[in-house]
Design a protein around this ligand. Structure first.
Ligand SMILES: Nc1nc2c(c(=O)[nH]1)N[C@H]1C(S)=C(S)[C@@H](COP(=O)(O)OP(=O)(O)OC[C@H]3O[C@@H](n4cnc5c(=O)[nH]c(N)nc54)[C@H](O)[C@@H]3O)O[C@H]1N2
Ligand SMILES: Nc1nc2c(c(=O)[nH]1)N[C@H]1C(S)=C(S)[C@@H](COP(=O)(O)OP(=O)(O)OC[C@H]3O[C@@H](n4cnc5c(=O)[nH]c(N)nc54)[C@H](O)[C@@H]3O)O[C@H]1N2
Ligand code: SF4
Ligand SMILES: [Mo]
Length: 755
């Protein structure tokens, strides 16, 4: 029998005798979800090396197994790890495809002539030449404009090396799309309520919950490993799941109540829930009295938001709205209204997140068993270096008076501040002149591609550090090939969880081709910039060992155990009953009425705004995740490509009939601004999507064959191409991306929009 790659995943993940996928029902829905370490054959010829997964930000600790020749044969979860409990998700198991992908970047590349985006002019170069070119450009820009005009866009574990280098250089403009395109609004919304942001992983006590409410958060497709496992456990224990989603998601299929909401109306539902919980006295009276501020104002504010009112906005049955509120009330305080993660939807996202935070406060679930636990992390000392220079300017200077409640850098703000006429403060000279881009494919992760390209074309210099020839590499002046996570060290994973812990990533084998680890690249650039004092360690092993010894471990020990878990300093996982607490807000209380928001001139309590719905012949364009892929970064991975090699567009049967669409037929989507997708997409006719919306999985439709991205080229469509209307959230800087509408074209259009 021919062994397909799909079999390979099964075999490598299951071990020799492995048959069952997983024991619990939820895990069974997800292909390739694994059992633990006990399934590995006892093969003394294999060497195991500690790592943590880089296929998504969850960073599950794992073991990489190599054979005698140094060939990586499999990846298995580390059973001492709280993030994975010894199980990797299908993407984690397939992580070795990142190592084996023959489309990988192999040598440094320099564009010798031509304009940005003209990929024909790239030539292979030596590391010395490429690194010199980067350092020379950074130095030139520093002298001409100041170091602050260099920005770093970055996502993933290697960020810390480059962030350190850039801070030493004199710039703090370090942005990730995982804020303004992802969690930003919820961090601001929770901070305004509880005096602290949610953070990652979310400290949710899912395993002990009696009721969990998922608002668009599609756990199951979104593979937050530990959360998927705990949700499965909770369901087995009889917990009620309530899912609010215009699509019948995997989570919806396991829910007691599914509310197929009209998209963009969630805030109406949340306000009605707050109304019922207050007026039907379902809230936790003692908790609210002791810990919250602004209850009477809130009560007054939601007076008219009855379920009947919400029903007219959301299209939901008012009785079901009420039933859901009663489920939450009865489970209080062991209830979780999940804060979600990718929450940049409709521009009023901070207020929606505030409403979610308020609901948790009313139900008394924050700091309580079955609600939010108190996570702990400890600070690891940094290898000694001189203080970073104080920057004279930051990205904020381009937006005076804005984003005062935001604690991170807004990626789209840096992008705007690169385009001189887009800046709010036009007199400011701090527009960005150079970008370093590490581990983020900005072409597909920032909305409005033409805006991203406009910014890139205004730069004097751009360097990209990636493992794959993704779209962003085509727009670089210099491309550096990083070794994959299986071939390198990185800094320790310092985990905030029920117990604090650290995990080690060590190389399981030598880097393939001419790729190099990020820590080495950052040190090389730093040294060329004369920043020797900041890179005094000989190599990263010395740095890691120094840090580990400070916390009572060592590199030697960590190589053996992979993960080390420490005792808590605060001995309770939850607040004690009636304990006196001071929250980090202006009033020291959980603010149902946000004084910080009021001070900044924002609504202190969430206000519902109606958003436009689809014009006739158009459908709201929504997107999400598939369990076997992480964004676009795994689509070319040979093993994961075999599990899912293209996306499809979900269309309701009623709509399909109207348009005479057939299952599997290839069509092109066109959005409200006349943008037509570069590649066609297959139709999937299903009752699981509302008739006013269509749905695709994000990350497909790669278009960078010229740079060597071959396997995934033209497979499915890119959702990002359709996202040209961005609904900006003034409070958090989040870029709302779900205000786009599409229609169908059955013929191949003559005029194509290309990236
Ligand atoms: N397998 C896999 N897992 C991942 C990732 C991945 O790439 N692959 N990415 C990770 C990352 S970075 C993130 S941020 C998370 C994202 O995971 P989530 O936070 O769960 O993602 P969202 O994209 O907000 O949610 C998508 C869901 O929202 C629904 N939806 C669309 N519009 C509306 C609406 O108006 N109202 C409501 N209530 N629902 C709506 C969609 O139908 C879909 O089911 O996933 C993480 N996990
Ligand atoms: N249209 C649309 N846009 C979105 C989203 C969406 O659902 N739809 N989701 C948003 C969300 S939630 C988030 S968090 C962001 C995520 O945005 P990004 O983090 O930009 O995600 P990717 O586009 O997958 O980019 C990952 C890049 O890192 C590279 N890479 C992978 N491993 C390594 C490595 O070890 N080293 C280096 N140097 N590079 C590596 C990959 O090849 C790829 O180019 O996107 C946001 N943007
Ligand atoms: S959830 Fe999956 S992809 Fe993400 S870190 Fe864990 S094993 Fe890797
Ligand atoms: Mo995200």
């Amino acid at each position: 029998m021919k062994t397909t790659r799909r079999d390979f995943i099964k075999i490598t993940s299951m071990g020799a005798g492995g048959l069952a996928i997983a024991t619990t029902p939820l895990l069974n829905w997800i292909p390739g979800f694994l059992k633990d370490d006990s399934e590995i054959p006892d093969d003394a010829t294999l060497k195991r090396t500690a790592t943590y997964c880089e296929v998504c930000f969850w960073k599950c600790a794992a073991w990489t197994y190599t054979d005698k020749k140094g060939k990586i044969v499999k990846l298995i979860g580390n059973k001492d790890d709280q993030q994975s409990n010894g199980r990797l998700c299908p993407r984690g198991t397939g992580g070795l495809g990142m190592y084996y992908d023959n489309d990988r970047l192999k040598k440094p590349l320099i564009r010798r002539k031509g304009k940005r985006g003209e990929t024909d002019y790239f030539e292979e170069a030596s590391w010395d030449e490429a690194l010199d070119l980067i350092a020379d450009n950074m130095q030139r820009i520093k002298e001409k404009y100041g170091p602050e005009c260099v920005a770093l866009f970055s996502h993933g574990s290697g960020t810390s090396h480059f962030a350190h280098m850039l801070k030493a250089f004199g710039s703090t403009n370090i942005a990730a799309p995982s804020y303004a395109q992802c969690r930003g609004p919820r961090e601001v919304g929770f901070d305004a309520t509880f005096g602290e942001s949610v953070g990652s992983p979310e400290p949710l006590d899912i395993r002990n919950t009696k009721c969990m409410v998922l608002i668009g958060s599609h756990i199951g497709e979104n593979m937050h490993n530990g959360q998927v496992q705990e949700m499965s456990q909770a369901i087995e224990n009889g917990a009620t799941i309530i899912t609010v989603d215009p699509r019948f998601s995997t989570a919806a299929s396991k829910s007691k109540i599914w509310l197929p909401i009209k998209p963009a109306t969630d805030l109406a539902l949340l306000l009605a829930w707050i109304h019922i919980i207050i007026y039907d006295e379902l809230y936790d009276k003692k908790y609210v009295k002791k810990y919250t501020y602004g209850f009477e104002q809130l009560k007054n504010h939601v007076k008219t938001f009855t379920p009947e009112w919400a029903a007219t906005e959301t299209g939901l049955d008012p009785n079901k709205i009420r039933d859901a509120a009663y489920e939450m009330g009865h489970a209080s305080p062991s209830v979780i209204v999940h804060p979600g993660r990718h929450v940049t939807w409709y521009g009023d996202d901070t207020q929606r997140s505030r409403a979610i935070a308020i609901l948790n406060a009313l139900l008394g679930s924050y700091g309580k068993r079955g609600g939010f636990y108190i996570a702990e992390k400890f600070k690891i000392p940094k290898y000694p270096h001189p203080p970073y220079p104080k920057p004279k300017r930051t990205w904020r200077d381009a937006f005076p008076g804005s984003y005062k409640l935001v604690n991170e850098v807004i990626s789209s703000g840096v992008c705007e501040a690169t385009i001189p006429n887009k800046m709010i403060n036009e007199e400011d000279t701090c527009n960005f002149k150079a970008w370093l881009v590490y581990g983020t494919n900005l072409i597909s992760s920032l909305p409005d591609i033409s805006n991203t390209l406009d910014a890139i074309n205004h730069l004097e210099f751009i360097a990209v550090i990636d493992t794959m020839p993704m779209e962003i590499t085509g727009w670089a002046d210099v491309v550096l090939p990083e070794a994959t996570y299986l071939e390198r060290y990185d800094m320790l994973r310092v985990l905030k969880h029920r117990k604090p812990s650290v995990a080690l990533r060590a190389p399981a084998t030598k880097p393939l081709y001419d790729s190099k680890p990020g820590w080495w690249i950052a040190k090389q650039i730093g040294e060329r910039l004369g920043l020797h004092e900041f890179f005094k360690f000989e190599n990263i092993e010395e740095e890691l060992d120094w840090q580990l010894k400070k916390i009572g471990s060592s590199l030697e020990e960590m190589k053996k155990i992979g993960v080390k878990t420490f005792d808590r300093t605060y001995d309770d996982l939850y607040y004690r009953d009636g304990e006196d607490l001071e929250f980090n807000t202006n009033t020291g209380k959980i603010e149902l009425y946000s004084t910080a928001m009021a001070e900044e001139g924002y609504d202190p309590m969430p206000v519902y705004t109606k958003h436009p719905q689809a014009a006739p012949g158009y459908y709201r364009f929504i997107y999400g995740r598939a369990p076997m892929h992480t964004f676009g970064k795994t689509v070319n991975n040979p093993y994961l490509f075999d599990l899912m090699d293209e996306n499809s567009v979900w269309v309701n049967p009623k709509v399909a009939k109207e348009w005479d669409l057939k299952n599997g037929q290839k069509i092109w989507l066109k959005n409200q601004d006349g943008i037509i997708a570069t590649f066609p997409v297959k139709v999937r006719i299903t009752e699981r999507i509302r008739s006013d919306s269509v749905y695709v999985v994000h990350g497909f439709g790669h278009n960078n064959k010229k740079m060597g991205l071959k396997r995934s080229d033209g497979r499915g469509m890119s959702d990002t191409e359709m996202i040209t209307n961005v609904m900006n959230d003034k409070i958090s800087g989040g870029t709302g991306m779900r205000g786009n509408f599409v229609t169908f074209l059955s013929e191949k259009p003559t005029k194509k929009q290309t990236v």
